[in-house]
Write a protein that binds this ligand. Structure first.
Ligand SMILES: [Zn+2]
Length: 208
């Protein structure tokens, strides 16, 4: 069966950090890329599966998006631009190179915007980060993603961001394994593919 725009996608969350999972909303980055965020409702589906939105919140945003189609399309474009910016910065970090100034500027512009919505909310004796007006703002789904990226980049997590070793994948993940030896975004898919390929290349007979 082929995928249609109406079929809800099942996203994968193998990145160990929200911002890295968000960069993995495109398949086979280094091969023949397949976009998974094809509409604003895909973005909402991702938000629900990432536990950023409840069903009711997603419904409210979906209804608003239906009333403001141009705005929703703009948010989708913004989401993809943000995703690529975070990807470029994290991929640079993971491969030991410096992120470009234009990526950092783009990220910081977004961060400045997002932080205007940030607030602290008491929870018991503690405070937690919350977001003002999140239920009425179409791009609110991106705010926690931006904060997650800022957290990764300003913490020790930065050292453990990795790019999946499978040729065509290039998904990002945080290596939380004990000896920092995780190589694939997902052992079941990319890890197995690599193993199978290695197995066959070992079996290949030299040409006569
Ligand atoms: Zn992979």
């Amino acid at each position: 069966m082929t995928e249609t725009d109406t079929q809800p996608l099942i996203f994968e969350f193998t990145g160990n950090r929200l911002c890295l999972d968000f960069t993995n909303t495109i398949h086979d980055r280094a091969g023949t890329p397949r976009e998974l965020l094809r509409s604003y409702s895909d973005l909402l589906a991702w938000g629900k599966q990432a536990h950023l939105l409840t069903e009711a919140e997603a419904q409210r945003l979906g209804q608003k998006a239906n009333r403001h189609k141009t705005e929703a399309e703009a948010v989708l474009r913004e989401a993809i631009a943000l995703r690529e910016t975070i990807y470029h910065i994290c991929e640079a970090i993971a491969t030991g190179t410096a992120p470009t100034e234009s990526d950092l500027n783009a990220f910081n512009d977004m961060l400045a915007h997002v932080m205007t919505h940030a607030c602290l909310q008491p929870q018991g004796n503690d405070f937690i980060w919350e977001w003002r007006h999140k239920e009425h703002t179409l791009d609110s789904i991106l705010w926690p993603v931006v904060r997650s990226a800022a957290d990764v980049l300003t913490s020790e997590d930065r050292e453990n961001v990795r790019v999946c070793a499978a040729d065509d994948c290039n998904w990002l993940f945080l290596d939380t394994s004990k000896n920092h030896s995780r190589r694939w975004c997902d052992m079941k898919s990319c890890g197995n593919r690599a193993k199978v390929r290695k197995h066959y290349s070992h079996k290949k007979q030299p040409a006569t």
